[in-house]
Design a protein around this ligand. Structure first.
Ligand code: SF4
Length: 379
């Protein structure tokens, strides 16, 4: 069975001949037309489409919801680096592997806000902050919430990735003004145990539920190149698309193979296979921003252009993604110029506005928080 999509509307209408069960009451969402009943077999069929057909369908889906020449730009900052107690086999920040990464304490609020201000001046509209934790320690939450409030006051959208959250933590972060919470599913439920053993796939789903219940947007995607099969890629996308609501942001990462991690010698991902994953994600979740995320440093301009053509419409700007390299900003701007992609920098602060914002600091933002601890010891 080939899962083709109506050319008049990529997600609202599926032809009777191609939808697995067109009579199913959930075949289309009653209000949005977005589907939440994907099957792995159906998604595998999408992966098998001729490349040109797949890209064409992805473009149709994309254009129903987005300006095709607009790419959203976020900046990602590591606010607490290394010594993570989780054992994600791809991650240089895991305390289980020796990657030579130096551990860093939680960054001071003031420094985080300085970085956010610079990101805004560079055209970022969202500022993402990542901490290598299993879950955020209570003693750090006041600082975390102050970071959220400070970044928000600059007119930037806020995003954090801090590990697992309970319902109370999610609610407090939402109250502080956090717009997005990133929590990737990484891979399929079936392959998950090959990559991470210190938490389960259902732990991830629980956190996503808490984030949703607290009213925040979800940023959740996965990684291509972990040694997974195409069926695993399909399974991961099914898990994301069949959530009660599609994640607003779906990062698709290409594995950055870091020396010292168990996946340092895994086979490199074929670029066309990577672009196929982006295209399938866009067809399944057409109203979501699909983010071309980690791995861009090693992608040619041509491969990135194909990814944008397949529906990727969000990137991270800045020369570092937490701990791995990212293309230089000037290279991104040149590529955007070549492709006629315009970054939405309408919210950029003038230097006077930036200085004004910085003056509006509270004691916490100026306070040195030198309570360094070893995250490996945090339960
Ligand atoms: S939880 Fe995050 S920081 Fe920790 S090892 Fe996994 S990917 Fe790395």
């Amino acid at each position: 069975m080939t899962a083709t999509v109506s050319s008049s509307h990529p997600d609202a209408t599926y032809s009777d001949a191609t939808h697995p069960d067109a009579t199913h009451p959930d075949a289309t969402h009653p209000r949005t037309g977005l589907r939440h009943d994907w099957t792995v077999e159906e998604v595998e069929a999408l992966f098998q489409l001729p490349f040109n057909d797949l890209i064409f369908q992805a473009q149709l889906a994309h254009r129903e919801h987005f300006n095709p020449n607009q790419v959203q730009v976020s900046t990602l900052l590591s606010i607490k680096t290394g010594a993570c107690p989780e054992d994600c086999k791809y991650c240089p920040q895991s305390g289980h592997y020796n990657t030579g990464l130096s551990k860093e304490k939680l960054m001071e609020v003031r420094k985080v806000l300085e970085e956010a201000r610079a990101a805004k001046a560079s055209g970022a509209t969202r500022f993402c902050m990542g901490a290598a934790w299993k879950n955020p320690p209570e003693k750090d939450l006041p600082y975390i919430m102050e970071m959220v409030k400070g970044v928000k006051e600059m007119g930037l959208e806020t995003c954090m990735t801090l590990g697992m959250l309970n319902a109370d933590q999610a609610s407090r972060l939402a109250d502080a003004g956090l717009d997005y919470y990133n929590h990737n599913l990484d891979t399929s439920p079936e392959f998950y145990g090959n990559i991470i053993t210190t938490r389960t796939f259902s732990d991830r789903l629980d956190t996503l539920q808490h984030v949703r219940d607290a009213g925040m947007n979800i940023c959740s995607g996965g990684i291509v190149g972990l040694g997974e099969t195409e069926r695993d890629r399909a399974g991961m996308l099914v898990a994301l698309a069949n959530l009660p609501k599609h994640p607003e942001s779906v990062p698709v990462n290409m594995l950055v193979r870091v020396a010292g991690t168990p996946l340092e010698d895994v086979d490199a991902v074929d670029g066309i296979e990577f672009v196929r994953t982006i295209a399938v994600a866009k067809i399944m979740m057409p109203a979501s921003c699909v983010r071309l995320s980690a791995g861009r440093e090693n992608m040619s301009d041509e491969l990135q252009a194909l990814a944008f053509l397949a529906g990727a419409n969000s990137i991270f700007l800045g020369d570092k993604l937490l701990t791995t390299p990212n293309p230089k900003e000037s290279r991104d701007r040149q590529l955007f110029d070549k492709l006629g992609i315009n970054m939405d920098d309408s919210s950029a602060l003038s230097s006077e506005e930036a200085a004004e914002e910085f003056a509006r600091t509270c004691p916490l933002r100026e306070q040195e928080n030198d309570h360094y601890y070893d995250a490996m010891k945090v339960s």
